[in-house]
Design a protein around this ligand. Structure first.
Ligand SMILES: [Zn+2]
Length: 180
């Protein structure tokens, strides 16, 4: 069984910045990738929808390079797992976000964990399953949905890919690695 990651990048791209306690910069998912079960190379996945589709059935249908058009295990990896990006890894077989809803993951400033949010088709954002359950109850058109379809779990932040300025608070080093 293989885990699959997201790769994170800063929301605001631009010049590298020094670490600052006042920084209000947040991070959200910038790239999606899946690892081939045969050659272990990482392949980029174009959209969140596609990523969630792969992830939702990963145990029954492991990911292979040839799932991408014109790609085989012979081709170089799309992306290498290294500390130039912060990687977060999800468990396999997480339910897909229900149609019309959007899942958003935001990395905490100290890189300790990600918070999950769901935005409803009516534009409301919820952070807990209880709120979603209440929304379903109050909006009969969504009565067929089950609160358990909403995964509020959070992927694991890979410690070895956390930027140095975060893991070492006293460091004044410039961050070169955050921008893709
Ligand atoms: Zn492969």
């Amino acid at each position: 069984m293989r885990e699959i990651p997201y790769a994170m990048k800063p929301k605001s791209q631009g010049t590298p910045k020094t670490a600052s306690k006042k920084s209000s910069q947040t991070h959200s998912v910038g790239l999606y990738a899946a690892q081939c079960d045969e050659c272990f190379k990482w392949r980029l996945v174009d959209t969140q929808e596609e990523f969630e589709e792969i992830r939702s059935k990963l145990i029954e249908e492991p990911f292979y390079c040839n799932r991408k058009p014109d790609v085989s295990c012979e081709d170089p990896a799309d992306i290498e797992y290294d500390a130039t990006r912060t990687w977060v890894i999800d468990k396999p077989n997480i339910p897909k976000t229900p149609v019309g809803f959007k899942r958003k993951l935001v990395l905490r400033k100290d890189f300790s964990k990600l918070d999950s949010y769901f935005t409803t088709p009516t534009g409301k954002t919820y952070r807990t399953r209880n709120e979603i359950a209440l929304f379903i109850k109050e909006n009969p058109e969504y009565k067929d949905m089950n609160p358990s379809d909403f995964d509020f779990g959070s992927p694991k932040v890979m410690e070895d890919t956390i930027p140095e300025y975060v893991s070492n608070g006293s460091s004044k080093k410039r961050v070169k690695s955050l921008c893709i």
